[in-house]
Design a protein around this ligand. Structure first.
Ligand SMILES: [Ca+2]
Length: 188
């Protein structure tokens, strides 16, 4: 009887250790996901709000920027709309070592300046950039920034982060909006 109890207790301990290891791994993956997201977001935010050679309201890649297999010639934030790469790659197109099972995706769109969770059809002069990082198909980080004429605001998983200057913040998170915690980022 006591052997059974010990056996059960041992299984319980092993399960706890296993869960702790899984927790540590998850935390590590989340941290790496945030770094991957910040890495790409930093690159994007260095670009212009719109292509300098085109009129206001232009969107997407210009003809000479398509099909190069790299981001080297991209010069404005909406060039990145729809970009995805698995594994993630640097600006020159080289895959990032050690991230074979990871994926980065970018979405860019115009949003209402006073309510950036709402998209607009035309040029509102504010663009929302969303970088999503996943590993094995599981989303681990969602980083969002607003790019406008004179202001940039960044949100990490729905909360403001000090990645960029927040003094011109116009971002007001709306409950129930699309700016939700990424799945698996509930802090458990
Ligand atoms: Ca461009």
């Amino acid at each position: 009887m006591s052997l059974v109890v010990v056996g059960v207790a041992l299984v319980a301990v092993l399960n706890t250790v296993g869960a702790a290891r899984m927790g540590l791994k998850r935390i590590g993956d989340r941290s790496r996901a945030v770094l991957l997201a910040q890495d790409l977001m930093t690159e994007i935010l260095q670009q212009a709000y719109e292509d300098p050679s085109l009129p206001v309201g232009s969107f997407g890649l210009e003809a000479d920027e398509v099909g190069t297999g790299t981001r080297a010639l991209w010069d404005d934030v909406d060039d990145y709309h729809g970009w995805q790469s698995a594994p993630p790659r640097d600006k020159s197109g080289n895959p990032l070592t050690g991230f074979e099972r990871w994926r980065r995706h970018v979405a860019v769109g115009w949003v209402q300046p006073a309510n950036p969770v709402s998209t607009t059809i035309g040029d509102s002069r504010v663009k929302r950039i969303t970088v999503t990082v996943s590993r094995d198909g599981v989303v681990l980080a969602v980083l969002q920034s607003l790019k406008g004429g004179a202001q940039t605001v960044t949100m990490l998983n729905g909360s403001p982060t000090l990645m960029t200057d927040l003094t011109a913040a116009v971002f007001t998170p709306v409950t129930g909006s699309t700016l939700k915690l990424a799945k698996g980022l509930t802090g458990r």
